[in-house]
Write a protein that binds this ligand. Structure first.
Ligand SMILES: Nc1ncnc2c1ncn2[C@@H]1O[C@H](COP(=O)(O)OP(=O)(O)OP(=O)(O)O)[C@@H](O)[C@H]1O
Length: 270
């Protein structure tokens, strides 16, 4: 349980220095309350993927703390970390599906952290898991594809499978790493909408690493901007003025990107 007034996810002075000497995160502090969906933006190399991966320790932090409710994830041993990871679903840019397995098997693989070792080897899942997988596939519009092989799907369909696989873990936090980077603009929008709707339905918090600022602005209430491993912006999408975007990304023509923000400003001024 989250303690009173305590954010569900807390990063305290999180540092990551790779063996190459690259300082990807410099003492990052961040709090994410229950059910909040935030977009993580920033230029290439800012440390977005590193931050997301340090939270579930796919990348081992060099320093600082990661807290998930009352659990200090950064201190856990292997067994406890495996259990903690069940609470953190991950969605990847390249979907990370097993190509030769069916859609259903890919979704069910999200339960591997729960079923015993032998059961996972034979991939025999409890009926309740199979039922839930059907429910999730239905929710994302892929019920009719349950028996198809993953390699027969389009990018958008694959990402829907990736979303189901993360959700069947029954996580409290979703870590989403560039979910739309391999998709066309229309599919990108559908996938972002789906992720945000599902988070709202389930009271799930999410950190979405996303390159497309306009897309982030469309769907989330909080944007965190990272630059050179430091948070340089944290606020509502409307606060992403040209100056702020320049602070995050460097000099650029922001006309197209901030169209929406300008429109709102004009309306407010009238
Ligand atoms: N495995 C690694 N070994 C060494 N350096 C790394 C490694 N992964 C990332 N880095 C470095 O850490 C910094 C942050 O990289 P990271 O991938 O987290 O940034 P990002 O904001 O996600 O970038 P992108 O948007 O291009 O994915 C970069 O300087 C990068 O070169």
């Amino acid at each position: 349980m989250t303690g009173q007034g305590q954010a569900m996810l807390r990063l305290k002075n999180l540092v990551k220095t790779y063996k190459t000497g690259d300082q990807a995160l410099k003492a990052v502090n961040l709090e994410v309350p229950d059910g909040q969906v935030l977009a993580l933006i920033g230029p290439s190399g800012a440390g977005k993927s590193t931050m997301i991966r340090c939270i579930n320790r796919l990348v081992e932090p060099t320093g600082g703390e990661v807290w998930l409710d009352d659990l200090e994830v950064s201190k856990l041993g292997a067994g406890a970390l495996r259990r903690a990871r069940r609470q953190m679903g991950m969605i990847f840019q390249e979907y990370a599906l097993v190509e030769r397995l069916s859609v259903m098997e890919n979704v069910l693989s999200g339960r591997l952290g729960y079923v015993g070792f032998w059961r996972s080897l034979t991939r025999r899942y409890p009926q309740a898991d199979v039922d839930e997988a059907f429910r999730l596939l239905d929710r994302v519009g892929l019920l009719h594809m349950a028996d198809k092989r993953a390699d027969e799907l389009s990018g958008g369909q694959r990402q829907r499978v990736g979303i189901c696989r993360a959700l069947i873990q029954n996580p409290k936090l979703l870590l989403v790493d560039e979910p739309t980077a391999s998709l066309d603009p229309k599919t990108s929008r559908q996938i972002m909408r789906l992720i945000c709707e599902l988070c709202a339905e389930r009271g799930l918090a999410a950190i979405i690493n996303i390159h497309d600022v306009a897309l982030a602005q469309m769907f989330v209430n909080r944007v965190v901007g990272l630059r050179f491993g430091e948070i340089v912006f944290d606020g509502p999408p409307g606060g992403l003025t040209p100056d702020k975007l320049t602070e995050i990304y460097g000099e650029e023509d922001w006309e197209a990107t901030i169209q929406k923000v300008e429109d709102e400003d004009m309306e407010a001024a009238q």
